[in-house]
Design a protein around this ligand. Structure first.
Ligand code: DOR
Ligand code: ZN
Ligand code: ZN
Length: 428
């Protein structure tokens, strides 16, 4: 099978290539990138006016299988990812049972091989059962195919246990993805006095609940030499601490989610649980800090924290509804609308944050769009304007705060290993 992608704006952060080219895919490889001749092909994609990027990689998703298949399965989550332009995703370990053993990692990979059109790169938990007491067999899980480790959804509140986890990760050269939230402060459901949270009777959590753990874990990473990846950074203070740590030369990377750079606290309609996630929406100065960090490079990655929940769960009153929103199918549009169009990121930098850097963090030979490399490719029409409609999602989750939002940027094709796994034209 030969696929030709004609005349797209080819964006490859690894070589800083940014220009109009034709791409020829042969089998599962990029055979040629050329400005001149066009080879024969079985299928031709006209990418005029489109971004052609290395396949997007989402370092942070929740696919809920096993245990919570009513929210999402590997199959539905993977289809949502493909529709969102992602060619590889990292499902977090907070399933039931937890992904905390080599057997569970193998289970996930076997299922993925049968059911997923995109690459599934499992993340193992840091402690057994996410209970925060006993560190898992990370080496065993790594050997079984886990690409990183995370307690996401929770924080290991016992610093001694977490230190042990970071030590182990450092020994095997694995990244730890850090969910920063002080679980004790959370229990208090601290409200920022005098803010809309009070007025609207929605529960909220203080900035300190994130910042305390960010500080703690940067210190632990410094002592252990572990590569710490800060998940869903949402506060100005966390960004400032990350910047300091990076300046000191720590192996620290920073992730930001589209909802945190798009919305503030003020955007929450009274009681709308589709705006409830952890960490929560913050304030304008935090959003400004996140955008500045993305521009300066302090923030390395844009991930979704795709967290589907059922309609029933999300119709509970705000304090009882679960945290999380779906993100796989809106990330590209929000990144283009909020960051690329306003000139905060160039298209090449978008490819860097959504593909090249995620691959580099995991030490994978993905995220590169060059001759001879694996043909994982995302084709995006950056000018396509439309209104986000949750009813079109491939995800089982409909819990998005972006339903009805006008955006620009549409994924037209997702290609994994030389195969088209999503084509927007086939949806109409
Ligand atoms: O909003 C969130 N949802 N944050 C998390 O850390 C966990 C996630 C989930 O699993 O639903
Ligand atoms: Zn988290
Ligand atoms: Zn998460």
């Amino acid at each position: 099978m030969r696929i030709r992608i004609d005349n797209g704006r080819v964006l490859d952060p690894s070589t800083k290539r940014d220009g109009n080219y034709h791409i020829l895919i042969e089998g599962n490889r990029v055979a040629k990138i050329t400005a001149e001749d066009k080879d024969d092909a079985d299928r031709v994609i006209d990418a005029d006016g489109c971004y052609v990027m290395p396949g997007l990689i989402d370092l942070h998703v929740h696919f809920r299988e096993p245990g919570f298949e009513y929210k999402e399965t590997i199959a539905t989550g993977a289809r949502a990812a493909a529709r969102g332009g992602f060619t590889a995703v990292c499902p977090m370990a907070n399933t039931k049972p937890v992904i905390d053993s080599p057997e569970m990692v193998s289970f996930l990979l076997e299922k993925a091989a049968k059911e997923s059109p995109v690459r599934i790169l499992p993340i193992g938990s840091v402690t057994k059962g996410l209970e925060g007491r006993e560190v898992t067999d990370m080496a065993g899980m790594k050997a079984a195919g886990a690409v990183a480790f995370s307690e996401d959804g929770k924080t290991v509140m016992d610093a001694a246990v977490y230190r042990k986890g970071l030590q182990q990760a450092a020994e095997i050269g694995a990244v730890v993805m850090d969910h920063c939230e002080d679980m004790n402060l959370l229990k208090e459901s601290v409200m920022r006095e005098g803010t809309l949270a009070e007025a609207r009777r929605v529960s909220s959590v203080s900035h300190a609940s994130e910042d305390l753990i960010t500080a703690r874990d940067i210190l632990l990473a410094k002592e252990t030499g572990a590569h710490l990846h800060l998940c869903h950074c949402s506060t100005k203070a966390s960004i400032q601490m990350a910047e300091m740590a990076k300046r000191e030369g720590l192996a620290l990377t920073v992730e930001v989610c589209p909802h945190h750079f798009t919305l503030t606290y003020d955007d929450i309609p009274e009681g709308d649980t589709n705006f409830k996630m952890a960490p929560p929406l913050r304030e304008a100065e935090d959003v400004a800090a996140l955008k500045a960090a993305l521009k300066s490079g302090v923030a390395d990655v844009i991930s979704t924290d795709h967290a589907p929940h059922s309609a029933e769960e999300k119709t509970r009153p705000f304090p009882e509804a679960p945290n999380g929103i779906v993100g796989a199918e809106t990330a590209v549009a929000l990144t283009i609308s909020e960051l690329v169009e306003p000139g905060i990121l160039s298209p090449l930098e978008m490819a860097e944050k959504m593909s090249f850097n995620p691959a580099k963090i995991l030490g994978l030979s993905l995220g590169v769009l060059a001759e001879g490399k694996v043909a994982d490719i995302t084709i995006i029409d950056p000018k396509a304007e439309y209104v986000i409609d949750k009813n079109t999602f491939a995800s089982k989750g409909r819990n998005t705060p972006f339903h009805g939002r006008k955006v620009r940027g549409k994924v037209l094709y997702t290609i994994v290993d030389g195969k088209i796994v999503y084509a927007a034209e086939e949806e109409q």
